[in-house]
Design a binder for this molecule. Structure first.
Ligand code: G4P
Length: 288
């Protein structure tokens, strides 16, 4: 799904999420584990305000595991509980339920003390397109989607999906827009497929990928494309990859678009291994 985000759409998306917020105890903020910051909605904190939240780093199977641990610590240190999962394979689903229960323990204890009958935790998933919201909903729902009826007082019917006995999940996720303001973020979103019909230039994305890989994963780059050394200007590596892959135009010139497509596809299909594009050190440098 590719959504064109215009101001009107953004306002509507925000309104819809704000409306649904009232129905839930906790938000599951879903991000791509390869980009735990770049795949967040820029206004998420303002939108969800004080609502309890569990951060879910999805597609952890595609991300660099050591960097995923760093990001989990990063969020935990900032008071945001975070877990890493693979919704496609259904890995980490129990962790989600356990974490949600722990986050809400006090609230539910207080309710119990007041004599309010215990009930399931209500939650919804929020995230930008393509982070895996539908996949996670289906995973949590398993096959036996149990509908618990509409919530009174809500005009638009909301269906709840039962996740075991302890959790109820809204069947439609909150979809919010990605960050647009930063070119680097745009490249990262394009590389991970979050922006599908990219408005960004193909060659620029590929050059960004090569530079990034050369900085953080140079061995993988050399190995994949059989390169001896890589340095600046990066276009030389680009030329070499194009030549090696037979991306040539009729006059023997390198076909840069075709070469770019190969590089981007290789990244997306994990042919360069598990990669994380948001690098914690870079953000620490910015913060200090
Ligand atoms: P959305 O609702 O947030 O827009 O995302 P959606 O669930 O549609 O997932 C987007 C893509 O990400 C899908 O692939 C989906 O299979 C994949 N995906 C979701 N969770 C995971 C995960 O934990 N690991 C991995 N490796 N992939 C995941 P697609 O190619 O767009 O579609 P399809 O191949 O499933 O048809």
């Amino acid at each position: 799904m590719t959504i064109q985000w215009f101001p009107g759409h953004m306002a509507k998306a925000r309104r819809e999420v704000t409306e649904k917020l009232k129905l839930v105890d906790i938000i599951f903020e879903l991000v791509d584990a390869r980009l735990p910051l770049s795949s967040r909605n820029p206004m998420i904190d303002q939108i969800i305000q004080q609502k309890p939240r569990l951060m879910i780093l999805n597609k952890a199977d595609m991300a660099d595991p050591s960097r995923t641990s760093e990001w989990i610590n990063y969020f935990n240190e900032r008071g945001i509980r975070a877990v890493a999962v693979n919704s496609q394979a259904g890995e980490g689903m129990k962790q989600i339920v356990t974490a949600a229960k722990e986050i809400l323990q006090e609230k539910f204890d207080r309710m119990k003390a007041k004599g309010i009958k215990p009930r399931a935790i209500r939650t919804m998933i929020i995230g930008i397109p393509n982070v895996g919201k539908s996949t996670l909903i289906n995973r949590l729902a398993k096959k036996n989607i149990a509908k618990t009826g509409n919530t009174p007082g809500v005009t638009k019917a909301q269906q709840w999906i039962k996740v075991g006995k302890e959790l109820e999940l809204l069947d439609t996720p909150g979809i919010l827009w990605p960050k647009f303001e930063d070119e680097q973020i745009g490249y990262k979103l394009a590389l991970t497929g979050a922006i599908k019909d990219s408005i960004l230039n193909l060659q620029d994305i590929a050059v960004f990928a090569l530079r990034f890989l050369n900085t953080y994963y140079p061995e993988r780059l050399k190995e994949r494309y059989g390169l001896e050394t890589i340095g600046e200007p990066i276009v030389e590596a680009f030329d070499e990859i194009g030549r090696k892959r037979g991306c040539l135009m009729s006059g023997g010139e390198i076909d840069y678009d075709k070469t770019s497509e190969i590089i981007i596809r290789d990244v997306r299909m994990e042919r360069l291994g598990r990669l994380t594009f948001d690098i914690l050190e870079e953000y620490n440098e910015e913060e200090s």
